[in-house]
Design a binder for this molecule. Sequence first.
Ligand code: I3P
Length: 128
Amino acid sequence: SSPDSDGCTPELEKAGLLNKTKIAEGGRKLRKNWSPSWVVLVGNSLVFFKDPKSQTPSSWKPGNSRPESSVDLRGGKLQWANELSSKKNVFKLRTVTGNEFLLQSETDSLIREWYKTIQSVIDRLDRE
Ligand code: I3P
């Protein structure tokens, strides 16, 4: 049987490296500060970790992998937002609490996969 036979362990949907910046907090605009982030989509949440590659080898241990922040996708809104950046392949995620993030990748196929997967989680939560 599967290790999650009780169905209580959130399903890991996707993980990978994206460029990230937060542009609003509770509806209040923030100054952009792009940085690479290890992004994990698990259950109803998008979880951000510091880019392990930007850290020294000794600072990156499994026990140190505390998330930087985490976003509840329920009620979230996703939209392509190339007009909000000089970078290509940018989309915006807005949470119900009015936090806004831009996520970006140089790789077209990769960013499209992320968009599609996050949108499918939002759609699933909308139907609940
Ligand atoms: C910002 C920085 C960002 C840029 C932003 C600049 O300058 O260059 O990378 O966003 O553009 O203001 P600073 O480092 O001085 O804060 P993009 O890379 O997404 O274009 P913006 O102000 O037009 O959003």
